[in-house]
Write a new protein. Structure first.
Length: 165
């Protein structure tokens, strides 16, 4: 018996390879990329040398949260930024597998049906998301969101640290 899969392994690997190549071309920090099928099952994952120890859990949580809510993790962040109690409830309901920042992108077919999700972690959330979106498109799928933040190139981790201190 063979089961129907929503994202074939070859396509998942192509998405990962493309996302990592985009990260290298843009001189991003080491990335971790995961591809989940529509049911939230891990299809493929790769961590670049030097990627932090919890990057897998972050990338997985971005993708899993996007699937669970049916919208990208960027849209989750934007819609729920003023609702921290609800974000906490979602994190609890998902067993902690919910990271509400950009980098979790839905994979859609031409009819708008969600086939899975990509999660990327390693650099700023906007840069992570850029790699996911463009890799999904390169593999012949549509993404939600359709386009990266137009200012992804200028996002900086040092800006995030300055703002929080």
């Amino acid at each position: 018996m063979r089961l129907q899969t929503s994202i074939p392994l070859a396509k998942a690997n192509a998405i990962i390879e493309d996302a990592l190549a985009r990260g290298r071309k843009a001189s991003l920090l080491p990335l971790t990329v995961v591809v989940l099928d529509a049911g939230g099952k891990l299809v493929a994952m790769q961590c670049e040398d030097g990627s932090g120890l919890v990057r897998f859990e972050i990338a997985f949580g971005k993708a899993y949260g996007a699937l669970g809510m049916g919208i990208s993790s960027r849209l989750i962040r934007d819609r729920l930024s003023e609702r921290p109690a609800f974000q906490g409830a979602i994190a609890a309901a998902s067993g902690g597998q919910f990271i509400p920042v950009p980098g979790g992108v839905l994979i859609e077919n031409a009819d708008g049906i969600t086939l899975g999700a990509v999660g990327v972690s390693g650099d700023t959330s906007d840069k992570d998301e850029y790699c996911a979106i463009e890799a999904i498109k390169s593999a012949g799928f549509a993404s939600e969101p359709a386009d990266p933040n137009p200012e992804w190139r200028t996002s900086s981790l040092s800006d995030h640290y300055k703002a929080s201190t």
